[in-house]
Design a binder for this molecule. Structure first.
Ligand code: SF4
Ligand code: ZN
Length: 290
């Protein structure tokens, strides 16, 4: 397999785009995709101070690196959740990341608020992740606001959003639209805006970027993580239908206003999505054939 750009040996076949790329051409391609996505969906503003929440995993490391590469004003936030060896390894990695990118790292420790996620896990087991999520959101917002950041960026990926949506719809739950949005503006002065700069990028794309660019990350996983069943279903659909994740996502975030205005067919006057309704177009085509 050869690179479509330069003809060297390709490292990846990106089936969602129908293109294979080499080690040298890939980063440029990736950065351009993220840049386009940020612009198209208004995810970040050029002048704002961004707090990039990092966990040591490939996705948030990729996010921090690409934002720095694109010239945004960023600092890193690492939340020490107090999860045994996992937290220690993650902290080591984000310190490396901070040096590697030459970006300031801020560390907030959950135990300074009186508890750790390991203690939550011992006490309430099944609700660990939901409690952990509450703690992370609280700290990201409070630290972000008190330190004068205008937006907190997280490393959510296309698969995170699609699997979250499918899981909730399948479970009969109402899906909170704001969780699916690439950017959420604050609804109160105590709230800091939230952004997902990688919401259109897949995990594989992020992984390739950190590998090719030697960006520090860890493969270690949180011991409290549940089995990623819905993610596995999403991976399987993507395997059989390349492009599924990105298409699904585009459908989810397409602005509602695109559908708001009702239009009428110029020919027959029935409701139409364009100037002429689908039925009249069809009729014209077959009338012409006669
Ligand atoms: Fe927190 Fe659950 Fe993620 Fe572990 S897997 S860091 S407990 S949300
Ligand atoms: Zn190439």
């Amino acid at each position: 397999m050869k690179c479509k750009r330069c003809g060297k040996k390709a490292i990846a076949n990106l089936r969602a785009y129908g293109i294979a790329l080499c080690e040298e051409c890939y980063p440029e391609f990736y950065i351009r995709l993220v840049k386009r996505s940020i612009k198209r969906h208004g995810i970040l503003k050029e002048s704002e101070r961004i707090l990039a929440a990092v966990s040591g995993g490939k996705d948030s490391s990729a996010m921090a690196a690409v934002l720095k590469e694109l010239g945004y004003d960023i600092e890193l936030l690492y939340i020490d959740l107090g999860i045994g060896e996992y937290s220690k390894e993650s902290e080591r990695v984000v310190k490396d990341l901070s040096k590697n990118l030459d970006v300031k790292l801020n560390i907030v420790r959950l135990k300074d608020y009186g508890f750790t996620v390991d203690e939550v896990a011992r006490g309430m087991r099944r609700k660990t992740c939901s409690a952990c999520g509450t703690a992370k959101r609280y700290i990201m917002n409070r630290f972000g606001r008190e330190s004068g950041f205008e937006v907190v960026a997280t490393g959510h990926t296309a698969e995170d959003i699609v699997s979250f949506y499918i899981k909730n719809v399948a479970g009969g739950a109402k899906v909170w639209a704001e969780k699916l949005m690439p950017r959420n503006e604050p609804f109160d002065e105590k709230i800091v805006a939230r952004a997902k700069p990688l919401f259109e990028m897949s995990e594989k794309e992020n992984m390739l970027y950190v590998l090719v660019e030697n960006i520090p990350y860890t493969l270690m996983e949180c011991p409290h993580a549940p089995k990623p069943e819905w993610k596995e279903i999403v991976y399987e659909i993507e395997r059989r239908k390349p492009g599924f994740v990105k298409n699904f996502l585009r459908g989810l975030v397409r602005p509602a206003e695109e559908f708001d205005e009702t239009r009428y067919c110029k020919i027959c006057g029935e409701v139409a999505s364009g100037e002429i309704c689908a039925f009249c177009k069809l009729r014209m085509r077959f009338e012409g054939l006669r």
